[in-house]
Design a protein around this ligand. Structure first.
Ligand code: ZN
Length: 167
């Protein structure tokens, strides 16, 4: 049996690697200087902050706000992908900010058609979800179960649309 302490170290390491993997997988999604944000959810000061703050330097409160943003409030999938690593970091231990509700992140990913993203990007998200699940399982069976149920919402296969004229 592996001692709990070394399981924790291994989990922390896996999580760190998963989040770093996300930062590098999405680093080519640049943020335009005039990136558009939803004006229902943010005031001008917040929008200015989100436009200029280095991704990793975005504070916990602003990270929570972008994590909670409605799927259809994002200006584009590319802008969402730009911020996604910071969102994934915020939702993971040790920060582990509460999501709007447990399934929210997965619903937003579905909305942005994760199933059709390049395989490498998809794998980064799946590794992250797995690493978070393993870290939660070390602390609370209940949290791990809630996470498992939420991740089950993730659509990782593209939906086959009915062929034209098949109606
Ligand atoms: Zn919004």
């Amino acid at each position: 049996m592996v001692p709990l302490m070394s399981q924790r170290v291994a989990c922390d390491e896996a999580l760190r690697a998963a989040i770093e993997g996300a930062y590098s997988a999405f680093e080519n999604y640049r943020r335009p200087a005039d990136a558009s944000f939803c004006t229902f959810c943010y005031d001008e000061t917040e929008i200015a902050y989100l436009r200029v703050t280095d991704l990793k330097a975005i504070d916990g409160e602003h990270a929570r706000r972008i994590a909670w943003e409605s799927a259809d409030h994002w200006d584009s999938v590319d802008l969402y992908k730009h911020y996604l690593p910071r969102i994934l970091a915020a939702l993971a231990p040790p920060d582990r900010c509460d999501d709007l509700y447990p399934e929210h992140i997965f619903e937003v990913l579905n909305h942005h058609q994760l199933a059709r993203w390049p395989e490498s990007e998809k794998q980064v998200v799946l590794h992250w979800a797995q690493a978070v699940g393993e870290a939660l399982a070390l602390k609370s069976t209940e949290d791990a179960e809630e996470w498992r149920a939420a991740t089950a919402k993730l659509r990782i296969e593209p939906i086959e649309l009915p062929a034209a004229g098949s109606e």
